[in-house]
Design a protein around this ligand. Structure first.
Ligand code: G1P
Ligand code: ZN
Length: 543
């Protein structure tokens, strides 16, 4: 064992409240940087001695090097066993599943999710706990604290482990087990869904395109959709994970998954389209000629999940992040089950899932999941949709129309202003936060504010309180605007504006979303003075 002293500090850790440590790849490549974070994790969890972990990543640049460092450090810190995906690959939901199936003490996920990869792009690392979910705030706070005083880390002087061959080897006193990244995940999906029925759907001529965006879900989608369910070869595109995701943003939304969107809106569109992100936890759902917002997707899945074997007993409840539209609340109300509004970030769902209060949960940012793991799960969402479509035999567009006729439609759009100078973004937030009680009333844009607050979450399971989780402004007539600063950007600040407008079951549901949201947007711009304060008139991304 070798103790390496680090020359500079303090290092940056995972700030409490953020979903992992994300930085430019070159920062992670600085001597000792990744190592200090990993040592801080081990220190914060009371040491690694005798513990077992799962380690894997989304295959981005530096993935394999990082895994080699982590293995040597785990061995030097006394860990007993580490499970690694073959080639260093594991999707985030597959890590979550392996932690749970194999009962390890935790896991490390190497990914910056949907951020671009490459030596000049982004890298990230995240610690997950024994329930398979992201570390909760008391642990991330401990990790951060460790990073502020860390001066050395332990590693083993040893050769690299062969990540390319399944099987078990030893590293010091620790065993390293290389596993097929897909096998256990596929087994779990087979338990939840009616694979025979989905296979019959494909053999009846149902067509699909799955865009893996050159990221980690390629091997998973090929194994599940093409090899196991019989979808024709070529159903999955961009299926080979590459270190820079083919030079793109592996972010499944209409902007970054443009090719898929174009195909789905064309005359030759397949019946169903889907995409997933860098590490496989996000999903995008598209029908022939129609995009399904993640908020609507959660609501449709909640209303129909009982059609899949894994959910045939019904749902315990549904949770959504605060900025996600209220569409799923209406389903929960009708089903007579609990509905929960949590802060942004998957970790807040963990307690609700562990306590059996909810079965499904989702975020507007293309994350949907259930109690089968403790992460959001892109391919799982796609399979649940497929199972539902196989049973109902209705096109996606019809599913949505029927849903809106029953529950009403929550028009929805998120506007992101990226790489904004931090002070300017903060000025927008401060201006609104400083005047919350003054807001109710009519804006000069003609909308009436009915309520405004800064969202605080009281966790119903452990009683913890998370304050300042975004600013909510509700308008009379079912409009809502939410403002928050992103916690995952790596350049300046990203200001997110979430717009929503409810139209009841009997309304016309055929408006263009941006048109349906024009009044809410005008009122929000009026209230925030955003365009002046940040010097922009258009968002960088609308999703
Ligand atoms: C974003 C999403 C959020 C998601 C997180 C991690 O965070 O908005 O829903 O949980 O990525 O995937 P943000 O950048 O908004 O803080
Ligand atoms: Zn992700």
């Amino acid at each position: 064992m070798q103790i390496v002293t680090v020359a500079k500090g303090p290092f940056e850790g995972q700030k409490p409240g953020t979903s992992g440590l994300r930085k430019k790849t070159r920062v992670f490549m600085e001597p000792g940087y990744l190592e200090c974070f990993v040592q801080s994790v081990f220190n914060a969890i009371g040491g690694a001695k005798g513990k077992s972990f799962v380690v894997g990543g989304d295959g981005r640049y530096y993935n394999r090097e990082a895994i080699q460092s982590i293995l040597k450090m785990a061995a030097a810190n006394g860990a007993s066993h580490v499970i690694v995906g073959e080639g260093g690959l594991l999707s985030t939901p597959a890590v979550s599943n392996l932690i749970r199936q194999r009962g390890t003490d935790g896991g490390l996920v190497l990914s910056a999710s949907h951020n671009p990869g490459g030596v000049d792009a982004d890298f990230g690392i995240k610690y997950n706990i024994a329930n398979g979910g992201p570390a909760p705030e008391h642990i991330t706070a401990g990790i951060f604290e460790q990073t502020q005083s860390i001066t050395s880390y332990a590693t083993l002087e040893a050769g690299d482990v062969d990540l390319g061959t399944p099987g078990t080897s030893v590293l010091g006193d620790m065993t390293v087990e290389i596993v097929d990244p897909v096998a256990d995940y596929l087994a779990l999906m087979e338990k939840l869904f009616d694979f025979d029925r989905i296979a019959a759907l494909f053999s009846s001529g149902f067509t699909m395109r799955f865009d893996a965006m050159h990221a980690v879900t390629g091997p998973y989608a090929r194994a599940v959709l093409e090899e196991r369910l019989g979808a024709p070869a070529g159903t999955v595109v961009n299926a080979v994970p590459s270190e820079d995701f083919g030079g793109g943003h592996p972010d499944p939304n209409p902007v970054w998954a443009r090719d898929l969107m174009q195909e789905m809106m064309s005359d030759t569109a397949p019946d169903f389209g889907a995409a997933s992100d860098g590490d496989g936890d996000r999903n995008m759902i598209v029908g022939r000629g129609i995009y399904v917002t993640p908020s609507d997707s959660l609501a449709v899945l909640a209303a129909n999940a009982h059609l899949a074997p894994g959910y045939s007993a019904g749902l315990a409840g549904v949770a959504r992040s605060m900025p996600t539209s209220g569409a799923s609340d209406r389903v929960a109300e009708k089903l007579g089950i609990g509905s929960f509004e949590t802060p942004t970030g998957w970790k807040f769902f963990g307690n609700l899932l562990d306590a059996g209060k909810v079965t499904l949960c989702g975020e507007e940012s293309a994350g949907t999941g259930s109690d089968h793991v403790r992460e959001k799960d892109g391919l799982w969402a796609v399979l649940l949709w497929l199972n539902i479509l196989a049973v109902t035999e209705r096109p996606v567009a019809q599913m949505l129309q029927d849903h809106w006729s029953e529950f009403g439609r929550n028009y929805y759009s998120r506007h992101d202003y990226e790489a904004v100078p931090a002070e300017a973004a903060q000025a927008v937030m401060d201006r609104v936060a400083g005047n919350l009680t003054g807001l109710p009333g009519t804006t000069s844009a003609g909308q009436t504010v009915s309520a405004a607050d800064s969202f605080s979450y009281h966790d119903p399971v452990d009683g913890s309180v998370s304050e300042n989780q975004g600013l909510r402004i509700s308008f009379k007539d079912g409009g809502r605007a939410v403002l928050r600063l992103s916690g995952t950007g790596t350049e300046g600040a990203t200001l997110r504006v979430y717009l929503e407008q409810y139209a009841g079951p009997d309304d016309d549901h055929g408006l263009d979303p941006e048109a349906a949201l024009a009044d809410v947007r005008a009122a929000l711009l009026d209230i925030t003075d955003l365009e002046n304060l940040i010097g922009r008139t258009e968002p960088d991304v609308r999703t």
